[in-house]
Write a protein that binds this ligand. Structure first.
Ligand SMILES: NC(=O)c1ccc[n+]([C@@H]2O[C@H](COP(=O)([O-])OP(=O)(O)OC[C@H]3O[C@@H](n4cnc5c(N)ncnc54)[C@H](OP(=O)(O)O)[C@@H]3O)[C@@H](O)[C@H]2O)c1
Length: 356
């Protein structure tokens, strides 16, 4: 592409604002991209952001997808909107970057993937954790076989979300959070999906899943605040995921992934590689720390992900986190939901989403 790639961001909530900042930063520091415009429900917000960032403020989604200056649509809206907004953008020939989860069902996600492939459109899913230095470092050790054959991966996401200040915070939060129809689930589909993505990135594809979900401490919403899943990897090893949103004191929240291989073990604490020991004498030991705040997302990793997507587009190569990659963690989430509600082991690929 000889001109800058034109991007529009849809949704200006917690993360959409991080997207806009990251793209504006890329606009200033590279010649890759131009933030063409933004769109959200609140007209006041649209006007305010358009004037602050010197871009167009679209009053409707139609205006976004019909704008010839827009090459890529970035979707940062509530989960239930992702699939149709992606379809509509692709229908108009736009490339799409969509926040996790790419959709609320595997059926919709598969439709998105096939539409993108049919139309030769790039569909990328936001799992920015894959761009963190510690994660990249660990992935390199795994791929170079430093840990040997991966036998067990454990993922713990011990976080906290307050009922009043998170689920019931304001009209926007109440419009979609905590509801199966709009959020598509709770701790697993919204927060732990990042951990699952990494467990799959390190451990490979999964053939069978069994799990539990429950809501132990958030009576005003009906989605899960605890999720537990056991996965059998195709390679023969196992993955165990435990995620909750009721960790107290909330000043001691953490996310930890541990890998046990035939030659060594490693531990990722949040996104930092804090421990790695192998029989070949590779050794890393760093001090982990707890978080009192897991809601704020620093923009640096989104910036890296956007830059990679835009370069992939201009060089006409594959962006690594394709729709197919985005589907994998969603499929695990849906399999745990299915397993828990139907009290059964679930073989992958999921044939259908099931009703629960
Ligand atoms: N990758 C990450 O680390 C990360 C972190 C946080 C969130 N996320 C994901 O990002 C997405 C958004 O989450 P969030 O926390 O930013 O949500 P949020 O704070 O509730 O913001 C949602 C935004 O979408 C806008 N919106 C709602 N309906 C719309 C429609 N029909 N058309 C256009 N805009 C619409 C809202 O508009 P108004 O504000 O104008 O009312 C709001 O700006 C979710 O998929 C979430 O899982 C990812």
């Amino acid at each position: 592409m000889s001109r800058r790639i034109g991007v529009a961001v849809i949704g200006l909530g917690t993360i959409g604002q991080v997207h806009v900042e990251a793209l504006k930063d890329l606009e200033k520091s590279t010649n890759l991209v131009k933030l063409v415009g933004i769109h959200s429900l609140s007209r006041r917000k649209v006007r305010e952001f358009a004037s602050r960032y010197g871009c167009k403020g679209y009053e409707s989604y139609d205006d976004v997808v019909r704008d010839p200056e827009v090459d890529v649509v970035v979707i940062a809206t509530p989960h239930y909107l992702h699939a149709w907004q992606a379809f509509y953008a692709m229908e108009h020939g736009k490339h799409v970057i969509v926040e996790k989860p790419m959709a609320t069902t595997v059926t919709a996600a598969r439709e998105m993937i096939s539409k993108a492939r049919r139309k030769g459109i790039k569909l990328g899913v936001i799992f920015q954790g894959r761009y963190a230095d510690g994660v990249v470092e660990l992935k390199r050790y795994v791929d170079s076989n430093a840990l040997g054959k991966i036998l067990l991966v454990t993922g713990e996401m011990m976080w906290y979300r307050d009922e009043t200040s998170y689920y019931l915070k304001d009209e926007l939060a109440r419009s979609w959070r905590g509801l199966w129809a709009t959020e598509g689930g709770g701790a697993l589909i919204n927060q732990a999906i990042h951990t699952i993505d990494l467990m799959l990135w390190f451990g490979g594809d999964v053939e069978e899943v069994v799990g539990y979900i429950d809501n132990l401490t958030h009576p005003s919403v009906n989605v899960e605040d605890i999720g537990i899943g056991v996965m059998k990897y195709r390679s023969g090893g196992y993955g165990v995921l435990i995620a909750n949103l009721f960790t107290k004191p909330s000043t001691y929240q953490y996310r930890r992934i541990k890998i046990f291989g035939s030659k060594g073990q490693a531990e990722l604490w949040d996104n930092e590689l804090v421990f790695l020991k192998t029989e070949d004498d590779i050794s890393i030991e760093r001090k982990p720390g707890y978080s009192s705040e897991t809601l704020k997302v620093p923009g640096g990793l989104h910036r890296k992900l956007f830059e990679d997507f835009l370069k992939a587009l201009s060089e006409d190569r594959d962006f690594p986190i394709t729709g197919e990659e985005g589907l994998k963690s969603l499929e695990i989430v849906r399999a745990i939901y299915y397993s828990s509600t139907r009290k059964t082991h679930v073989k992958l690929p999921l044939l259908a989403d099931g009703v629960f």
